[in-house]
Design a protein around this ligand. Structure first.
Ligand SMILES: [Zn+2]
Length: 253
């Protein structure tokens, strides 16, 4: 169905950059239209009524006009500004990482409602969680699943046997776990401990309400982060930019 010339949508602001004197280009993620770019004209003028509603990571309701190259935002209202994220540098950095991941993994105008809902839920969760890292791991594993990159965590990706409860190996290029016997087939595989595998499976299988109650020690958290980071880097064929910022912040906070 063709989108009418003027249309309404909810959106999360993933990115923005300034254009000319007072305009701003936004990258938006929407429930039914996927990712899209739009211009907010005059939004940086002090009297603009849209200004405060189009900040980074805002969940907003928009009215837009379709353009030949770029749609234009006519009206915007804030649904949630996720205030606790704005008041906490660590939480906001985790949220920006989540937004960057969605932005990098998606192409414009391809609907993925599950990915949208997951991002929206994650922003709400990051406002409240005491373990933002686990919230992010849950987000990553489920986002990859919604995008068609669900990691195989139960069977060896080579011999197809059920994995034994022991240390196994994660292969980013294979998109899952190798048993010790098949490990040599993939030179770049890395060890994955039984506990790391259990937490990753939990993120894949269970609701967030259950996952968020699990206590994960720092060392285990770092192990899972390392595995996911390698997998994501492999899929994107580049580093997620905000990763370096998260690492720096972690050292300094
Ligand atoms: Zn095997």
């Amino acid at each position: 169905m063709a989108i009418p010339k003027v249309y309404k949508t909810e959106a999360i602001v993933l990115k923005h950059f300034n254009l000319k004197e007072a305009d701003r280009i936004l990258t938006l993620y929407t429930p039914n239209l996927g990712k899209l770019s739009a211009v907010a004209k005059g939004v940086r003028r002090p009297k603009s009524r849209m200004g405060g509603h189009l900040e980074l990571l805002t969940h907003c309701a928009l009215m837009l006009t379709r353009g030949r190259n770029l749609d234009t935002i006519n009206q915007s209202e804030t649904i949630s500004s996720f205030l606790p994220l704005r008041e906490d540098l660590w939480r906001s950095s985790l949220a920006l990482y989540a937004a960057e991941l969605v932005s990098q993994f998606t192409v414009e105008h391809v609907e993925n409602y599950h990915a949208y809902k997951l991002l929206l839920d994650t922003l709400h969760r990051l406002c409240e969680t005491r373990n933002g890292e686990l919230t992010l791991r849950f987000f990553e594993i489920n986002l990859l699943t919604h995008l068609g990159y669900k990691p195989e965590l139960y069977q060896c990706i080579a011999c197809k046997h059920d994995l034994e409860p022991t240390a196994n190996y994660f292969s980013a290029s294979g998109g899952g776990v190798l048993c010790p016997a098949c490990r040599s087939r993939e030179a770049l595989s890395r060890p994955v401990s039984l506990n790391a595998l259990k937490v990753m499976r939990l993120c894949q299988q269970e609701d967030y309400s259950k996952v968020s109650k699990v206590k994960v020690k720092q060392e285990l958290s770092m192990e899972i982060e390392g595995i996911m980071r390698q997998y994501i880097r492999y899929l994107l064929e580049r580093e997620v930019k905000s990763v370096a910022w998260l690492d720096r912040l972690r050292r300094e906070l």
